[in-house]
Design a protein around this ligand. Structure first.
Ligand code: ZN
Length: 143
């Protein structure tokens, strides 16, 4: 909980992208803004910027919602959509990630493509360790 009224007033007047950028300034700001008790700050900023309450409907935190919607970075390859480029991001709400078009098509597999015969094949070619899982399941942990 931030107990500094002048700082809170400044934070409330920002845009969600400003909060994200502020969280990147230093570890102290990141910890301050990304702790669960700071969700009120993000909620207030979202409300003041007239952004509907999608986080509660989508069951994501205020912070995660802002990152998914306003950041321009692909969560898989870490590439950023810079202004003037044609890179597009897709938000995959169920996974809580945003990915670029290249990663979407090359690194994600649709659930419908995971029919059992294909899944068995994929499990055979995935990198594994020789350590059996605690449950005694025949599958192994991924690296
Ligand atoms: Zn990517």
């Amino acid at each position: 909980m931030i107990r500094d009224p002048p700082l809170l007033q400044i934070l409330y007047d920002l845009h969600p992208m400003d909060l994200i950028n502020l969280g990147l300034v230093c570890k102290k700001f990141h910890e301050m803004l990304y702790r669960p008790s700071s969700a009120d700050i993000w909620r207030t900023v979202r409300d003041r910027n007239e952004i509907p309450d999608f986080p509660s409907k989508l069951r994501v935190s205020e912070q995660r919602f802002a990152e998914l919607v306003f950041c321009e970075t692909c969560h898989l390859c870490k590439e950023s959509a810079k202004s003037g480029t044609t890179m597009k991001r897709r938000i995959i709400w169920g996974m809580g990630i945003a990915v670029c078009e290249i990663c979407h098509w090359s690194r994600l597999v649709a659930m419908s493509d995971l029919a059992m015969p294909k899944l068995t094949f994929l499990l055979k070619i995935m990198p594994t360790t020789d350590t059996p899982s605690r449950s005694g399941c025949e599958f192994h942990q991924l690296h």
